[in-house]
Design a protein around this ligand. Structure first.
Ligand code: AMP
Length: 401
């Protein structure tokens, strides 16, 4: 069964074509800068890479270019796009309604529309992707896989803020959590690696990339997570601040430079985090290189230290919440690739039953799943390359097969 996965952003479309079951990737690509004149499609078939630069005014034209690439005799992998049996859409916000992937119907489309207010940058382009795919592939079943769904099992004490209850009722302000497909996928893999049923595993999953979040998982279900009402909350990220004292916002707003709330919002989302602290870069590799040159008291090193400190603080919170932790899991660009960050986050946790094997942590084969804990560590430490698209393909296949 051929399954197409589509992730529509405001000016981009990411896609992957799978042969299911088995999650074999047939082709994938990224169309960028839609509507900006210099649009570019990078399309991959196995090791082959094709670059197509041409103006793409809108998502409809973009999608039709992608579909024609997939069925192109020179670049494609299909004889005809009618071979596509289902389409899985990544949708950022499913509000409080969806705790699972859903076959898309008018009701689901209505709910995604209702959540546009909660995710104004993401849900509207997600909807456009669904509408355009429905027009281009009539009769093909579509599935929505929500970034928020995995965290819908949070108990009320975890998802409510200490605000007047009416604010939650009136404006739906609560913790939703994001990166759900990654936390769900890694939970599923960790259970297999631990040799336990998913419904019996307690985990702390750490998705560390340009955007970062952690989740506390009890009996296979998310019971707390570090992102909140929006993906700005929690850990220090590439360019996002993570948690801060809310009183900072009105205080800054009283200053001339930040008298517009939109400027504060931009600073918190685009100029903070690793980039803001280091003053150099949001990229962990660059910071590691610069810190090695500039020394322990340099700002790149300070950015790394703050990043790791916050992760360790959340680990402590989640250990206290869970009581028993079977494994701490690392995924995402930093979580999978930075031995130094993993080592720094877990340093000194031996008394809490967490000890990593420093050699294994540094030397295991890149891109593979690995248990990097010491044999005596009560809690296992697992590195698990995440596969969000593969998980969306799995969910789509399950609902449409
Ligand atoms: P993601 O958003 O998941 O693609 O992750 C991007 C982040 O992963 C960036 O900060 C990269 O610098 C970081 N990253 C990727 N490879 C490495 C590596 N080998 N060592 C340290 N950080 C890395």
């Amino acid at each position: 069964m051929i399954v197409l996965i589509v992730n529509c952003g405001s000016s981009s479309i990411k896609y992957q074509l799978y042969d299911m079951p088995g999650r074999k990737v047939l082709a994938k690509g990224l169309l960028e800068r839609i509507g900006e004149g210099a649009s570019a499609l990078t399309h991959r078939r196995g090791e082959e890479k094709f670059e197509i630069a041409r103006p793409i005014p809108d998502h409809k034209t973009g999608l039709s270019l992608i579909l024609s690439c997939l069925a192109d005799p020179g670049r494609g992998v299909l004889k005809n796009v009618r071979e596509i049996s289902a389409v899985g859409h990544r949708v950022v916000h499913g509000g409080e309604r969806y705790s699972n992937a859903m076959r898309i119907d008018q009701d689901v489309i209505g709910c995604i529309g209702d959540c546009c207010d909660l995710a104004p940058l993401h849900n509207p382009p997600n909807l456009v992707g669904i509408q355009e795919c429905t027009l281009a592939l009539p009769g093909v079943p579509m599935v929505a896989v929500f970034d928020t769904a995995f965290h819908q099992t949070l108990p009320r004490e975890a998802y409510l803020y200490g605000l007047p209850y009416e604010i939650y009722e009136r404006y739906r302000i609560r913790k939703y959590g994001f990166h759900g497909t990654s936390h769900a996928y890694v939970t599923n893999r960790a259970a297999k690696l631990l040799g336990k049923p998913e419904a019996e595993v307690n985990l702390i999953t750490c998705h560390l990339g340009n955007g970062s979040s952690m989740a506390a998982v009890r009996n296979g279900k998310s019971v707390d997570t570090s992102m909140g009402f929006t993906p700005l909350a929690g850990l220090v990220m590439g360019t996002r601040s993570g948690d801060l004292d809310p009183a900072i916002i009105p205080y800054l707003n009283s200053k001339q430079e930040y008298s517009r709330v939109a400027d504060i919002d931009r600073m918190l989302n685009k100029k903070s985090g690793l980039l803001g602290i280091s003053g150099i870069s949001n990229d962990m590799r660059t910071l590691g290189d610069e810190a090695a040159k500039a020394g322990a008291s340099s700002r790149p090193q300070l950015a790394i230290n703050i990043f790791c400190y916050r992760i360790k603080a959340f680990l402590g919170q989640y250990m206290a919440i869970l009581g028993r932790v079977d494994a701490v899991c690392f995924m995402g660009g930093i979580g999978e690739n930075s031995a130094a960050v993993r080592e720094q986050c877990l340093a000194g946790l031996e008394n809490f039953g967490i000890a990593i094997d420093l050699q294994k942590n540094r030397n295991f084969p890149r891109g593979e799943e690995c248990d990097i804990s010491e044999a005596a560590s009560r809690t296992r430490v697992l590195v698990i390359p995440t596969d969000e698209e593969g998980w969306i393909a799995e969910e789509t296949y399950k609902l449409c097969k």
